[in-house]
Design a protein around this ligand. Structure first.
Ligand SMILES: Nc1ncnc2c1ncn2[C@@H]1O[C@H](COP(=O)(O)OP(=O)(O)O)[C@@H](O)[C@H]1O
Ligand SMILES: [Mg+2]
Length: 286
């Protein structure tokens, strides 16, 4: 599992990550990515060994984005199709200066990459290609991980970090996508339109699990934390109409895996019906 990069005509190789034509990447020894079964189905070990080894060429077509650490390039892979190459030159990256707040030490970069991988190959595994992009592995190039790269399915255009007015059908799609990751116990912790992508088939893909946490949908506290994110999301995209949202009106799917879903729902009902009486001086002041 490896690839060699080749820049399409007219595309400047450099930018921050300092990539060059012919750079060869192979699967990182810390990556737990394994090729899907189908790729080797029907073949025995001997025929795999005898298969001519040819390194796929990853053709880079466009510079997409310079992130906090990683650069994002749009590319074409002969087997995976349209992909995003998320890449960093660990010897010369944007957060290299120990005197600045955003400093990221060299040893933490691989940790960030394997952490992200652990989401795609862990709780989000079954959501690949439906809610999150398909994950194609973590790679390195050069001695001591000079370059690190992650290959992901191209998830589409982001809806943008700024204020957006969305049709109710789109809000529904976005709420549903987050619900899927939440039900897998993943709290995103970095809500924002830049992480909500829409692909050519008008499907949502959620990205960026750098700040995310794996929670336990069988634990009350964790479910409450997830409900907070559901609320924040609805407020952000639903605006005023969601301001009065009560947790107990959300789908019972969120708490169905708790040991006592009924008791939890009663707790939510109680909170929803609680009338907060403010002291008269506070009421007068407001
Ligand atoms: N799989 C992908 N397909 C398309 N665009 C992507 C993909 N992954 C990331 N991007 C784009 O790159 C941007 C940065 O990605 P993100 O993971 O948020 O990096 P950072 O942590 O540096 O902000 C995203 O906001 C999105 O626009
Ligand atoms: Mg981001």
């Amino acid at each position: 599992m490896s690839f060699t990069i080749d820049f399409a005509e007219g595309i400047k190789p450099s930018v921050r990550s300092d990539l060059s034509n012919g750079l060869h990447f192979s699967l990182h020894d810390k990556s737990k990515y394994i090729l899907p079964k189908e790729a080797s189905e029907g073949e025995n070990k001997r025929s795999i060994q005898n298969r001519p080894v040819e390194t796929p060429i990853l053709t880079i077509n466009q510079y997409l984005y310079g992130g906090h650490l990683w650069d994002f390039w749009l590319a074409h892979h002969p087997h995976y199709g349209k992909v995003v190459l998320k890449v960093i030159n660990t010897f010369n990256h944007p957060c290299w200066d120990p005197n600045l707040d955003d400093y990221v030490p060299y040893k933490d970069i691989i940790k960030e990459a394997t952490r992200e991988e652990s989401f795609y190959l862990g709780p989000l595994k079954e959501l690949q290609e439906t809610v999150v992009p398909k994950y194609f592995g973590l790679y390195s190039s050069g001695k001591t991980d000079r370059y690190l790269a992650i290959l992901l399915e191209y998830g589409g255009q982001s809806i943008g970090a700024g204020y957006v007015e969305l049709h109710k059908d789109w809000k529904k799609k976005i709420y549903e996508a987050y619900k899927q990751i939440h039900l897998k116990g993943v709290c995103h912790f970095d809500l924002g339109g830049q992480h909500i992508l829409v692909n050519d088939h008008q499907e949502i893909r959620l990205v960026s699990f750098r700040r995310s946490n794996k929670l336990d949908v069988k634990k009350r506290q964790d479910v409450l934390r997830i409900l907070e994110e559901v609320y924040a999301l609805r407020l952000r995209y639903g605006g005023k109409s969601e301001k009065k949202l009560k947790y107990n009106t959300l789908s019972p799917d969120y708490w169905s895996q708790l040991p006592d879903p009924q008791a939890f729902k009663e707790h939510l009902d109680e909170c929803a019906n609680r009338v907060v009486r403010l002291p008269p001086e506070v009421v007068a002041y407001n």
